[in-house]
Each structure stands twice: as C-alpha cells, then as structure tokens.
Design a protein around this ligand. Structure first.
Ligand code: BGC
Length: 469
C-alpha cells in the first residue's frame, strides 16, 4: 500500500519478506520467560554482593543503606520544606503533614528550570542556583523567618553515611557538574545557603526518589515496602532485614535499601542480552560503561534506541523507501514520548513520521509501531524481572510461603505509556508466583515523600530521646 490514505489499520498485511527481515532485527529484544528468570537470578546474586561488607566496593548493584528505618505509622506531623532534584525539573515545596486526618498536604510548590549549562557546569553554580530558588520560594511563601526541617530528594546514587550525610557516587541522567562526585551533598547545599547568608534551614534528611515514593505510598498503605521509579532513570528501593545489611551496625529491625538497579550489568553480566543498539546508545551517552540496565529501560534512552532501530531498518531499505530524513539521522530527535503516542494509535504514528519528515507508507507506520512496542515491552519485562527479584527476596527473608506486598511507583514511562504497567504487572505475576504484588501510583513521592522521611526521622529521634530520658 502507499500513502496509507484509504486502507484501514486492520487490513494492513506485512509482505512476508519484510516481516522476516524486520523480525531479524527485533528478535534480540524479545526476552523469553526463561531468559527473564535467568536475569532475575543474576540480579539476586548481585544484590547479595552489594549488601556484603567487603564485596560492595566492586558490586555493580550498589545496594545503598538509606538510614530510613521505618515506614510511616500515621503519627507523623508538622511543616516541612522539600527539594526535588533529579527528574525533569527542580522543585521546591512546602508540605504539611496532618496527624489527625492522616493526610499530607502540598501547601505550595515552585518549579525552577535547570538550564543545560548548569547541569554540565560546576557544582558550586548548581548549589548556588538551588539556594537561590529556595530563597525565592521562602519569600513567596513568607517562610523566610522559620527554620523548617528540609527533605532533599536527590535522585542520584549516593553513599549515605547518615540521614543527613550523603556522598554522591556518580551523576546519571545527563547531569555532570564538576566537584560534586565524592562530596557530601548536604554540606554543598548548606555551604551555598551560608554563602548567601540571608536565610537558614533546619535539619536535613536526604532521600532518593524511590524512597520518597515508597514513603508517600506507605502513608496510605502500610504494606508498601517497595518504591520503584521508571521515568527519566530507573531504580527501586525496599525494606531489608538489618541483619543482612552488613555495612551498618545493628541486627534488629529493617532498613530501606536503595538498590540502584540501574547499574546492573556494569560488570558485563548482561552482555548476552545487549543489542547492537544498546551498545551504540551507551557509546554515545555522557557516561559510557555505566548504568547499563537503566539504558535498556528508562525514558532518557528508549526514544534513542527506537531511532537507531528505525535508522537501521531504513539503511536496509526495509523502511521509508530507504531514505532517512535529516531528523531521523539526528541523535535525540525521536523523543521517548513518541513511543507512547505511536503505540496509542496508528494515526499518531502517521503524524509523528510526517513530523520527522519521513516518506512513509502504511506498512512503514505499522513497522514503526511494532518497533516501539518491541522496545517498550522489553523495558517493561526487564523491570518486572528486577521487581520480582525484590519481591521474592522479601518473601524468603521473612520465611513466608506467600507474600502480599505493595509497590509505590512513579515515573513518566510507567504513568504515560498506554500498556507498560499492564505488561510489567503480568510479567511480575509469572516471575514471582508466590507473591501477590499490588501497585500504588505515588502522588508526588519526591515532594511529599521527602517530607514523610523527614517526619519519620523526627518521630524516631524523639522516641529515642524519650527512651533515653
Ligand atoms: C539514579 C537513581 C534514581 C533513578 C530514578 C537513576 O539514574 O541513579 O538514584 O532513583 O535514576 O530517578
């Protein structure tokens, strides 16, 4: 067919030869259930290595202690500030936790853009920018005179020494500010505020976005013990038994572990499932060789994987009459949101291919949709394998035949893609058959969750002090 004007979607038949040749390129993305079980077994071993006292230095999956020792119990209360850095935007929030109504209210919030030159500039400039945004927000809220406790959602891998001491291991997701890796992020924030000298903040609690997500959902559902993000980046955290967290003193109770599963495969353990397109995405990224798993899954990379596949199929004359457009040849031009739009309907596919100045026909539009579906399905199934590993671990940790648990989840890919969540949940059911996993979408985990972490830390500190007295 050509032009695609009159033929209905249902009538489209792929010519068999096109089908076979396209399939040759898509086949490496299709992971069988056995392969996913195998990936899950590898992650299980890597998680153990990450939890170990000595092996963790070399571990690809970092399993970082967060010093969050409890999920909310409903008695938390007070006013808090929250900062959220690490997604698409930087935000400042004023959050109120109401004990009587068991509610977390976002009083107000402000978004500040982080320009590219700040994302790639010096750390000092980045923290000055953050301190300036916070000052502006405090003024607009008339909060400057109060020293409110602050929850800082900083969504990058950090070696946390205490709830308020957190060393950045490495930047991810397109950030690369100099002089921050290896430094305490809380100290850098406080120094920037002191450099200004016109306001102050109270105690600080550092929070990964996965932890914020788990904690904000934990307030609504107390069986929420896993937090997961599938957005610009991907990661998960969960409540681990203290006796297994060899790096932190103490045997009793639990601690939330930030798995940093995005780094899975950085030691080469996923080589057999990487496609030539994944290798290309890694090579051209600003952090080659790291965050291998994240690069197969998250929003920052999915669009680029699809672009590379479409380009390859065009070079092989299987698409667009063998003619790529300028746009298709440009890295980053195929946005991840196009994947959701294209999978949502063939009409969208036609619009997007036209926008990319491609000379398409109806078969091309269907093939493009198939490529999007294949790449996003792999992402959902890999996430499911990783999530099933965590659920299975919690179940065996507790010696249970059957575990009922809830995952707090957030991120644009999970929220916006038309069938990502269904596919992920179906695969989790197959990969963790003895676990009954429910999913709760977090309502602003990075903001309200950061306040919850701060509130729970205050509750535990008060409890500790009362015991001492
Ligand atoms: C970071 C994680 C974060 C995840 C989701 C990853 O790139 O390393 O710390 O939780 O993105 O935002």
């Amino acid at each position: 067919p050509d032009g695609g004007a009159s033929q209905s979607d249902a009538q489209v038949q792929f010519p068999t030869c096109v089908c076979l040749q396209v399939e040759k390129h898509l086949e490496p993305f299709r992971l069988s259930l056995e392969k996913l079980q195998d990936v899950s077994a590898r992650l299980r071993k890597d998680m153990l290595r990450g939890l170990g006292k000595h092996a963790h230095h070399r571990a690809a999956v970092k399993m970082l202690p967060t010093f969050v020792r409890a999920t909310p119990d409903g008695t938390e209360k007070g006013d808090f500030l929250a900062l959220d850095l690490g997604g698409t935007n930087f935000r400042v929030l004023h959050v109120r936790v109401l004990e009587e109504e068991q509610r977390v209210l976002k009083m107000d919030s402000q978004i500040c853009a982080i320009p590219q030159e700040i994302m790639l500039g010096t750390g000092e400039k980045l923290f000055d920018h953050i301190a300036a945004c916070l000052a502006e927000f405090l003024d607009s809220q008339k909060l400057r005179g109060q020293t409110l406790p602050l929850g800082f959602t900083f969504s990058f891998p950090c070696e946390q020494k205490e709830i308020d001491k957190s060393i950045l291991i490495r930047w991810t997701k397109g950030f690369n500010c100099s002089g921050v890796e290896g430094e305490d992020v809380v100290r850098l924030l406080k120094e920037a505020i002191h450099r200004r000298g016109d306001y102050d903040i109270g105690s600080v609690a550092m929070v990964n976005d996965t932890v914020g997500t788990m904690m904000s959902c934990g307030y609504r559902d107390q069986s929420c013990e896993i937090g997961m993000i599938i957005g610009t980046g991907t990661n998960a955290c969960y409540m681990e038994e203290m006796k297994n967290v060899k790096r932190v003193e103490g045997e009793d109770g639990r601690m939330c572990i930030n798995t940093e599963w995005g780094g899975f495969g950085d030691d080469g353990s996923l080589k057999d499932i990487l496609t030539e397109f994944d290798e290309e995405v890694d090579k051209t990224s600003i952090n080659p060789g790291v965050h291998t798993f994240e690069k197969m899954i998250s929003g920052m990379y999915l669009g680029e994987i699809v672009r590379l596949v479409l380009l390859k199929l065009t070079e092989e004359k299987l698409l667009f009459k063998g003619c790529p457009s300028e746009a298709l040849l440009t890295p980053g031009s195929f946005e991840t949101k196009f994947i959701s739009e294209i999978e949502d309907g063939l009409e969208n596919a036609k619009k997007i291919l036209t926008k990319l100045a491609l000379d398409w026909d109806l078969v091309d539009a269907c093939v493009a949709r198939l490529v999007c579906d294949t790449v996003s399905s792999r992402s959902a199934r890999l996430c499911a394998a990783a999530l099933a590993t965590i659920a299975n671990r919690i179940r065996t940790n507790r010696g249970l035949d059957h575990l009922k648990t809830t995952v707090g989840v957030d991120g644009t890919v999970y929220r916006k893609h038309p069938n990502f969540s269904d596919e992920l949940q179906a695969a989790v059911r197959l990969l963790a058959p003895k676990c009954d996993v429910s999913f709760l979408i977090s309502e602003d985990g990075s903001g309200k969750g950061a306040a919850m972490v701060t509130a729970v830390a205050q509750r535990l500190a008060l409890h500790c002090m009362l015991n001492f007295l």
